[in-house]
Design a protein around this ligand. Structure first.
Ligand SMILES: [Zn+2]
Length: 352
């Protein structure tokens, strides 16, 4: 079958690879759509980062590069392994891409996103979504309802990241929030918070195309940190107090500082970004307001909540898809297009 494999920094190749075979507990799916994620771009530009390099195989998959890429994908059940129940051939499914050992303390207590041996389909080995077929652990598959087509289903991936961050931040319905950055995760947070009863959500962003998208997705205020005093604007919109919670979806020294200053006393600044560099931070900005700084990685057990919100129309994410391409053209029309015109795109999806 055809697949996109990562061979090293800047080296993505469309290749013929053996078709994966189903085994007990596993399900073979025919991939319908796969999204390209910021993580994939980081690997392409500066990897291997999460992808296991030669000599250091992933502890669960035992694989090193080259690996098949793509971890945001949907498909149809093609073949079902022995012992799997609850799925039928032809079912449309979304893949939850976490690979985990299912035995450690975190896995046994519902936080398998923090499994020390964890990894991802499409990065750590065991195949991925930028291929015609993938074989996936049945525990990582969720059936999509008829209201969620498999192209829109790809958007569940940024939405589960946002949903997990919302839960872990301590946000409660009726509260106010600031989001720093209107990229895919920032916009997914906006949709998630508005669908969960947020009273006011402001978003800070400098790129015009992303500002327009944030307004279209229902932001109560779109602030430009090169022009606006973001903290002052947030306080003005929240009775002078500041937001209950803020989310840093950019990962820059300026954005994390604003996320701390823009929340009210006892508020929470929550990081959802992956940082490229360590940052210097004045901890007294937390101390003097009794504020919390917290973070999380990935998602665990939130797919059913997000799928339900798509099914009943609380979240309508289809406009996050800004372009579609094929597997054969994925490097030029997918990866390179995102690097060339990052601000023009939210999500490019690929049909193998
Ligand atoms: Zn584990």
């Amino acid at each position: 079958m055809r697949a996109l494999r990562f061979h090293g920094k800047g080296d993505l190749r469309i290749e013929d690879v053996p078709e994966p075979e189903v085994a007990p507990g596993l399900v073979k799916i025919k991939v319908e759509w796969c999204g390209i994620c910021g993580t994939d771009l980081h690997e392409y530009q500066g990897g291997p980062i999460l992808i296991p390099p030669p000599g250091a195989p992933h502890p669960l998959t035992g694989e090193t590069l080259p690996v098949v890429m793509g971890h945001e994908f949907t498909g149809r059940v093609e073949e079902i392994g022995e012992g799997v129940t609850g799925l039928r051939v032809g079912d449309p499914v979304i893949v939850e891409p976490n690979i985990r050992d299912n035995t450690c303390h975190q896995c046994r207590h519902g936080s398998y996103n923090l499994c020390p041996s964890g990894g991802f389909y499409g990065l750590s080995g065991w195949g991925g979504g930028l291929a015609e077929y993938a074989v996936i652990d049945a525990r990582n598959l969720y059936v999509l309802p008829p209201s969620v087509p498999t192209d829109v289903g790809v958007l569940i991936d940024p939405l589960v990241v946002a949903w997990q961050a919302m839960i872990d931040s301590g946000y409660r319905p009726g509260q106010s929030a600031l989001i720093a950055g209107a990229g895919p995760i920032g916009l997914a947070l906006l949709l998630t918070l508005k669908a969960s009863g947020a009273r006011w959500v402001g978003i800070s962003e400098i790129a015009d195309a992303r500002k327009r998208q944030a307004l279209a997705f229902g932001a109560d205020a779109v602030l430009d940190p090169t022009v606006d005093d973001v903290t002052a604007e947030v306080r003005a919109a929240t009775g002078g107090l500041g937001a209950h919670v803020s989310f840093d979806a950019s990962g820059l020294p300026a954005t994390i500082s604003t996320c701390i200053s823009a929340v009210r006393p006892k508020g929470t600044a929550f990081n959802v970004a992956i940082w490229e560099e360590p940052v210097e931070l004045d901890i007294n900005t937390l101390v003097t307001g009794g504020k919390r700084l917290a973070a999380t990685l990935g998602f665990a057990n939130v797919h059913p909540s997000v799928i339900a919100a798509l099914d009943d129309g609380r979240i309508k994410p289809a406009d996050m898809i800004t372009a579609r391409t094929s597997l054969d053209e994925v490097v030029d029309h997918g990866f390179d297009e995102l690097l060339r015109n990052k601000d023009q795109h939210i999500k490019i999806i690929v049909q193998p």
